[in-house]
Design a protein around this ligand. Structure first.
Ligand SMILES: CC(C)(COP(=O)(O)OP(=O)(O)OC[C@H]1O[C@@H](n2cnc3c(N)ncnc32)[C@H](O)[C@@H]1OP(=O)(O)O)[C@@H](O)C(=O)NCCC(=O)NCCS
Length: 188
């Protein structure tokens, strides 16, 4: 289940950076800062204290190190024509035996509402299935309709709802989780 470092279609490029430099960290950090209020309710790392240093850690750890040891794949999404940074899509919680992985994502505020994430999910899963994955999963908090709509638009099956299995520190409440999946056999 080796994933490539880069993949693309007519509209987008998904790329794992091979080195972490300050210019790249600043580019992503600027979009995180611009989008932070939309991220805070749903992503535990998105806090007002999030810093450029954290962005560097993300690039070095989540992107570069994890790609090396194949424990996860975090891709920067870019517009194919303009190369503008759109957001991040990743595969985490990889289960080698089950050949399964979970897709996570966020988009920069200014790139939302244009279909980038649906396209990114479809490109990522296609490549994942070609590279040995059998099941891709998307989990989202049931009260997060934007995330659920990506899963629906990309044709994922709602396997079920985990009742109050998580704590949302932003809203200070227990929350349900939607579990969505797509199998390789669904697209073959
Ligand atoms: C979840 C998130 C990535 C969804 O972003 P999004 O822009 O709504 O999703 P997409 O990029 O797929 O765009 C879909 C929207 O673009 C529109 N669109 C325009 N052109 C499109 C195209 N060619 N293809 C698909 N959709 C298109 C769709 O109609 C839809 O808009 P609507 O929801 O008003 O109907 C974004 O809301 C986000 O980053 N949220 C915060 C972080 C988060 O919740 N992450 C998930 C945690 S589980």
């Amino acid at each position: 289940m080796d994933m490539p470092q880069i993949m693309e279609n007519d509209d987008i490029i998904l790329e794992i950076p091979t080195s972490a430099n300050e210019e790249l960290a600043r580019e992503i950090y600027a979009e995180v800062t611009d989008t932070i209020e939309l991220l805070k309710p749903w992503l535990p790392w998105a806090k007002d204290t999030y810093s450029l240093k954290d962005e560097m850690k993300f690039l070095k750890g989540q992107c570069i190190e994890r790609f090396k040891d194949k424990s996860g794949y975090a891709y920067l999404i870019r517009d194919k024509k303009t190369r503008q940074f759109c957001g991040v899509i990743d595969i985490v919680r990889i289960e080698e035996d089950a050949k399964a992985g979970e897709i996570g994502y966020w988009l920069a505020k200014k790139m939302q509402g244009r279909g980038y994430m649906t396209k990114a999910v479809l490109l990522l899963e296609k490549t994942a299935f070609e590279n040995g994955f059998n099941r891709m999963e998307i989990r989202n908090e049931s009260e997060n309709p934007n995330s659920a709509n990506v899963a629906k638009r990309a044709g994922y099956h709602l396997d079920g709802v985990l009742r109050k299995d998580r704590w949302n520190p932003y809203y200070k409440r227990f929350a349900d989780t939607n579990v969505w999946s797509k199998l390789r056999s669904d697209v073959e």
